[in-house]
Structure formats: C-alpha cells, structure tokens
Design a protein around this ligand. Structure first.
Ligand SMILES: Nc1ncnc2c1ncn2[C@@H]1O[C@H](COP(=O)(O)OP(=O)(O)O)[C@@H](O)[C@H]1O
Ligand SMILES: [Mg+2]
Length: 283
C-alpha cells in the first residue's frame, strides 16, 4: 500500500539507479521528495515537510551516514537504518560482524600503523590484498605479491595524510576464478544475483568487467541472506567469491549500485526498493 507515502531520495547525482527509483515511485503513485546531499541542512529539531521514509543513495558513505542519523533523529525511517549503514559501510566492522556470525569470509587482519600493517601482511602471507576500510568500485585497493611491494605501498600510504590511509585492512588473496558474485537482498529475499567477470583481479562492474546472471543456488541464497541479516537487514548487495573451499562473503554494501545487475537479470530492483521503503515508511 503506497497510499499517501512521501518517499525521500537522498542523492548526490541522479545516476541510472536513482532515475529508476524515481520512475518506480512515480509508477506506483508514490510522491518523491528529492534531497540533494550537497544542499540539505540538518537542525536539531524536525523541520516541516519531512518525507515518511528516506532512501539513502548518496555516493558518500560519510554524508549518507550523517543524513540517516539525522532523519532517524527526526523520526523518519531510512533505507538503510543508521546502524546498518555504519556497519556495512565499513569493511573492518563488516568483517568483524560476518566472522562473529560464523559466515565464511576471507581471513583478514586489521592494523593501525604502517609498521603493524607489515606484521599484518606477514601474518596473512602473500599474495595479500590491502583495502581502504571505506570505499567502493575497487578503488585504492592493492594486491601485494611480496615484501618489497608491501613496503612500497605502505610507504605511499603513510605519506598520505587522509584518515582512510591510517587504517590498514589486510586480507588473504582468494584464488577465485576470474569472476565474483553479487547477490541483491531486499528485506529477507534475494532478488537477483550476477557474476562479474574480468581479466583484472578486481571484478567490480564499475571497473568495466562483464556481467551475467547467476543461478540462485541454495548455498548462494543461504549465505547472502545470512550476511544481510548479520549487518541488520534492509536493501543490501552481498559480494561473494568462489574460494577453493566454497563461497565466502567479502563485503555487504549498504548503498549499492544496481544498473548492471538489473540489466543482466531483468529484475525490477528499483521497484523492489521502492516497495520495501513504502513498507517501512511511518504512517
Ligand atoms: N581477498 C580478495 N581476494 C581476491 N580478490 C578480491 C579480494 N577482495 C576483493 N577482491 C576483488 O576486488 C573486488 C573489489 O573488492 P571489494 O572488497 O568488494 O571492494 P569494493 O568495496 O571496492 O567493491 C571484488 O569484487 C573482487 O573481485
Ligand atoms: Mg565490492
């Protein structure tokens, strides 16, 4: 039932995903309030004219996180909730939660200084993967094949003053086939899944690999739902790899792009997101 619900879309730019969400809302007769993340201000009291639910589509983890906290403070439910955005949007916190729930995930060691990072890489062994704790599109990740590489990358990182380079997330390199998997979960259901293939080791669709629909096998569905549930549930894209010992979940994305997935599978992901948001809207 979408009767009278006003749906806020908190966005940075209107990508095909946001266009699809706006179109899905319109086709359902759901009124949309556009919330440009560069224009909104948040006071301590609820402002007039608030929407009944806000879908966070900001490309910035930080802006999205503060925004969902503010909307929650005003009593407006958000997709996803602040706790989910905070946890899933940070690879360190997400890995801790996945491991804590017994979900198969690559071996990971976190370090907080370049010296400790060297120890972490030694503990993981070569090749290792270094990732920023917050980030997407495979950006600023490095595959480290030997101690010489490690020292050079750590030297570069320590020369950069940004706080994201002061947390070192070190992971075993999973010898996956030249593809990984992404499953899209909306409120306790896997809506669609795809393979992302690439000749590069980073197979993100945003890096230009090819995509194909993936069968919803019981293992994929079970693990994806457990991973989504582990971070608190909502609208989540679960990234998995085929390791020699079976599927492992390497991250859960709280603000996922889905153009490639919708294109590959024909799934109406935007429609499912709008329906879910209407379902959690205040009334
Ligand atoms: N531990 C790993 N071993 C092998 N490949 C990896 C590993 N971690 C990530 N990758 C590859 O890099 C891509 C991006 O990594 P991911 O952790 O999903 O970061 P992002 O948030 O940037 O998408 C993955 O889709 C996968 O193809
Ligand atoms: Mg990813």
């Amino acid at each position: 039932m979408s009767d009278g619900v006003r749906l806020g879309v908190f966005y940075t730019i209107v990508r095909p995903e946001e266009k699809a969400i706006l179109a899905a809302a319109e086709s359902r007769g759901v009124a949309v309030v556009r919330l440009d993340d560069a224009g909104v201000t948040f006071g301590l009291e609820p402002p007039p004219g608030l929407p009944d639910v806000v879908v966070n589509r900001s490309v910035s983890h930080t802006r999205g996180l503060y925004a969902v906290h503010c909307y929650a403070h005003y009593g407006v439910p958000t997709v996803n909730s602040p706790a989910v955005v905070e946890l899933a949007g940070d690879k360190v916190l997400c890995s801790l939660r996945l491991a804590g729930r017994g979900i198969p995930t690559p071996r990971t060691v976190v370090a907080l200084s370049p010296e400790a990072a060297m120890v972490a890489i030694d503990r993981i062994g070569y090749p290792a993967v270094l990732k920023p704790a917050v980030g997407s599109w495979g950006r600023l990740m490095a595959k480290v094949d030997n101690p010489e590489d490690a020292e050079q990358i750590l030297e570069h990182k320590s020369a950069l003053s940004s706080p994201i380079h002061s947390v070192f997330y070190v992971q075993e390199f999973v010898p996956k086939p030249q593809r990984d998997l992404r499953a899209f979960v909306v409120g306790g259901e896997v809506v669609a899944a795809m393979y992302r293939r690439s000749t590069e080791w980073r197979t993100n669709a945003a890096r230009g690999g090819s995509v194909a629909p993936a069968p919803l096998t019981p293992e994929l569905v079970e693990l994806s739902l457990r991973a989504a549930e582990a971070v608190g549930g909502g609208v989540l894209a679960v990234d998995l790899m085929e390791s020699p010992s079976g599927l492992v979940v390497h991250e859960v994305n709280p603000t996922p792009e889905f153009k490639a997935l919708a294109g590959a599978t024909g799934a109406d992901i935007a429609g499912r997101i709008v329906d879910y948001a209407v379902g959690v809207a205040r009334r």
